[in-house]
Structures are given as C-alpha cells and as structure tokens.
Design a protein. Structure first.
Length: 334
C-alpha cells in the first residue's frame, strides 16, 4: 500500500466526530503491523465509550508526530486523478496521517527510533482527544501537529471563542404586537451590537474575525416570538478575555451570552530551512498544553478546500510531506 492508497483507505472509513472507532481500529491494526516489524509499541488510549486515541512509539520518544482522526460531515468517499486524492478528510487530515506513517517508516529504516505517532479524536468539535492525551504525556520534547498548511511551518494559529446568544420574550397574536414582546427583535438588536464590537488585531496573526453562524427562533409567522437564539464564532488573536467582556457588555439588557468554547491563539516556532506561513484556523495544540513537547504546525493540503464538497489533497504535497516530516524529526532530535 503506497501513501495514496493509504490516504484513500482512511478517507473511505467514515469518521465524523464521535464516530472515530472504525478508523481508530484500522490505524491500530496498521500500526501494529509496523510495530511488529520494528520492535515498536501500539496502544489505544481511552477517551470515552467507543472513542480512543491511537499511540505508537519506539524507544523513548523525543519527537511526536500527531494529528486528528475525525472529520466534519457529510461523508463522501474517495477518488483520485493524476493530481489529487479527493474525499472527505483527504486533506483534513487523512493524507496527513498517511504522510506521517510513511515518514515514520522511513525514519525507522534510517535508524531513527526516538519517535511516536499520536492520532486523536474530536479535534473538529472540542479537542477532546488532545485534552485526554495531555493527561498522559510520554516524555516527548517536540510535537509536530499536522494540519493543512501547504507544507509550510505555521508561525501561529488563531484561537476560538464560541458563544450562544439567546433572547426571551412573550408570545402574543401578531395582530396585537403590543401585547407581546418579540424575542427575535431583541436578538437582532443584540447581534447588531455584537457586530459593532471592536475586535483586537495581532501583528503576526492579523485581525480577529466574527461569524454569526446560526439563527433560530419563533413559533409561527403569526405569533410574536417568545424565544430566539444565535451561535457566534470568533477567531481569536489573543486569550479572548477582552473580547468576552466586550460581547457581554454589547448585549447587556437585550440578550444573554453563554460561552461554549474558548481556545486561545498560539504563536509557534520556526526551523531553519522551512518555509513559513500564518493560519487563521484553530488546532489541537492549545489542548495539548505543552505536555507532549514544544509544538510545531505543518502539513500538506490547503485549508481552503477542507470542510467543503471539493475537499482534496495534492499527491505531490503528500510525497513532499513525507520528506519534510523526516527532515524535521532529524533536525529536532540532533
């Protein structure tokens, strides 16, 4: 099985968040065969029922190659042409998993054994697998986290502040709106205030961005709505404390804000000889909290097609990533 075939095999196992068991078992079996040939070790690290991280390691790991197993919906199977492997998770991150495994195989052939492979669940929702892995460090001094960065070392990645904004009112017949209290109008006023919040900017990461992702509410067109809500997603360039306070102040008296998830932004290191970039998405790195070593972020593919119906990964970048991961590991172990 070559790197493209392994990528397709992983893509073809539906592994939408919370349904990673089958792909986890497939990776466990694949890595068990590699470990048997190379005197390595493989284990499942339980996260919750039917969900687990997969860890393979050789000797005392100094560098850990890691990424996530889960994907966003909807699932669609793989295909390939001369240039790309297509399918859900092809670039985010099944092609990255394949690149890391093939890099590890070559490193072992070259006599480099102080390495580990760690594949985690839940990154696409709440980084649950990475948070669990952070409780079980194995002494690794460096973590190479794989996400689609077009094979460039990311100098930083934005964080996340996800909140729910909710408003309540009183139902009435729409012919007599004065007898009711519209929750939707309150919500619209609150969201308008949210859009006017001045968000911070970072000289490396750039500006924070805000997306109102969903809006729900109401009972029927002829009923004054008694409830309404929205989900707001902000890409942070700091720890989020100032933005959180500004949001609460903006909606005060109009609606309530409930914090769902906060992941701070991170600034990352570079290495000589590697091209660099900055990314706007969020990764598992903050959830690891440094427990698996100093983090680096790099992987084949572009985030611009991840989470889309056109998701794909260039074959050339998969092959390049195999070489890049080997170079990074050797440079870090020196």
């Amino acid at each position: 099985m070559n790197a493209f075939e392994l990528t397709r095999a992983l893509v073809d196992i539906e592994s939408i968040t919370e349904n990673e068991e089958r792909v986890g078992n497939a990776l466990f079996d694949h890595l068990s065969q590699l470990a048997a040939r190379t005197s390595g070790h493989v284990e499942r690290i339980p996260v919750e029922k039917n969900r687990f991280n997969v860890l393979a390691w050789w000797d005392d790991p100094v560098v850990t190659l890691s990424t996530h197993m889960d994907t966003v919906p909807p699932f669609f199977a793989s295909r390939e042409d001369d240039t790309y492997v297509w399918g859900r998770g092809s670039c985010d991150t099944k092609g990255i998993i394949a690149s890391m495994i093939f890099a590890a195989e070559q490193l072992l052939k070259d006599g480099v054994r102080n390495i580990a492979l760690l594949f985690v669940v839940g990154e696409e929702r709440n980084s649950l697998g990475a948070f669990e892995a952070a409780k079980h460090p194995r002494g690794s001094k460096f973590l190479i986290n794989g996400e689609p960065t077009e094979n460039k070392l990311a100098l930083g990645s934005k964080g996340v502040l996800r909140v729910e904004v909710s408003a309540s009112g009183r139902m009435a017949h729409s012919a007599y709106p004065e007898l009711g209290d519209s929750a939707i109008l309150k919500l619209l006023d609150a969201l308008n205030a949210v859009r006017r919040v001045q968000l911070p900017t970072d000289p490396i990461l750039g500006p924070s961005t805000l997306n109102i992702g969903t809006i729900t509410g109401g009972r029927a067109p002829n009923v004054i709505p008694d409830q309404a809500g929205a989900e707001v997603f902000i890409r942070l360039v700091d720890d989020g404390n100032g933005t959180r306070a500004a949001l609460k102040q903006a909606v005060d008296g109009k609606a309530e804000v409930r914090e769902v998830l906060t992941i701070p932004s991170v600034l990352l290191g570079s290495l000589p000889g590697f091209e660099t970039t900055v990314v706007a998405f969020t990764t598992d790195i903050p959830a690891f909290g440094g427990s698996w070593g100093k983090p680096y972020l790099i992987g084949p593919g572009t985030i611009h097609v991840a989470h889309t119906a056109e998701e794909r990964i260039p074959k050339r970048e998969i092959l390049d990533a195999i070489q890049i991961y080997q170079r990074m590991v050797k440079q870090l172990i020196q």
